[in-house]
Design a protein. Structure first.
Length: 277
């Protein structure tokens, strides 16, 4: 938070002492990965308030939770060559570039067919032991975020079962939440006796077995414990991903418990309870 405050303060100082120059855009590089969920909420509210003045705010980060909270994103992936492309952005949106490594060359690339094909096939093979492989849906549109998945599946965003990855000490775990739920840091610490610490994006595939955007509780690495959050219990069926950023499967809660091999139900979320009032 101190680095964020410094960046915003410097932007105002530059405007004040540069002959009336107005900074229409500000890009903030990192600083979010070490924040707990409550502090992250506060930081995002602060940044959102800047948009009312017509300023473009860009966040450069690998934090997966930001992807669920920011509607407009620019995904940048590394390749062996660089291609210049014009970029036209609205003036009052967030931009979320992920997996950025300045030491290499990049292009904007949403086509990860080879890796995605292997990942979704791994999930299909996993479901074949129950004769469920045909229920795995490969979508023509992205389902990497709750909003995109809901649009692609023609359902409510809250019925998207988003799987978030954490480290409890050195142990990777997965928690499946309803699409409208957020991590409650206090509840999380009470249950796991550790502060909520999300796995960095560039480590997710190595530790879990699926890439960011397609993380699911199926066909994961041995030793990764799965938990289901209470926020899901409002629904008869939900839609978790199946290993890629354009896949899903519709499951009942009993099926989700069985096929994810979840250890237990946990209550570590917030932001959805008002829906039950």
């Amino acid at each position: 938070m101190s680095s964020l405050s410094l960046a915003l303060g410097l932007a105002d100082v530059v405007q004040a002492y540069s002959g009336g120059i107005h900074l229409d855009a500000i890009f903030i590089d990192e600083g979010f990965g070490t924040l707990d969920s409550e502090t992250l909420d506060y930081a995002l509210k602060t940044l959102a308030s800047l948009r009312s003045g017509g300023r473009l705010v860009g966040i450069i980060s690998h934090v997966p939770e930001l992807k669920e909270r920011i509607d407009a994103r620019l995904a940048i992936h590394k390749t062996d060559r660089a291609v210049r492309r014009p970029l036209n952005f609205p003036k009052t949106v967030f931009i979320y570039p992920i997996l950025l490594n300045r030491r290499k060359k990049y292009i904007i690339n949403h086509n990860r067919e080879r890796r995605d094909g292997m990942s979704i096939q791994k999930v299909r093979d996993y479901f074949s032991q129950w004769g469920m492989e045909d229920k795995v849906m490969e979508l023509t549109e992205s389902s990497a975020t709750v909003e995109e998945a809901a649009a692609a599946l023609h359902t409510e965003g809250r019925r998207i079962a988003k799987t978030m990855s954490f480290l409890v000490g050195d142990q990777p775990i997965l928690i499946v939440f309803a699409g409208d739920a957020r991590v409650d840091n206090h509840k999380y610490k009470e249950r796991f006796h550790k502060k909520a610490s999300m796995i960095k994006a560039d480590q997710v595939e190595d530790l879990i077995g699926h890439p960011v955007g397609g993380v699911c509780p199926f066909a994961i690495h041995p030793g990764v414990d799965v938990y289901l959050d209470e926020s899901l219990k409002r629904f008869h069926t939900v839609f978790p991903a199946c290993g890629t950023a354009n896949s899903a499967i519709e499951l009942t809660l009993d099926e989700l418990m069985t096929y994810s091999k979840a250890r237990e139900w946990v209550d570590v979320s917030k932001g959805w309870q008002e829906d039950c009032i």
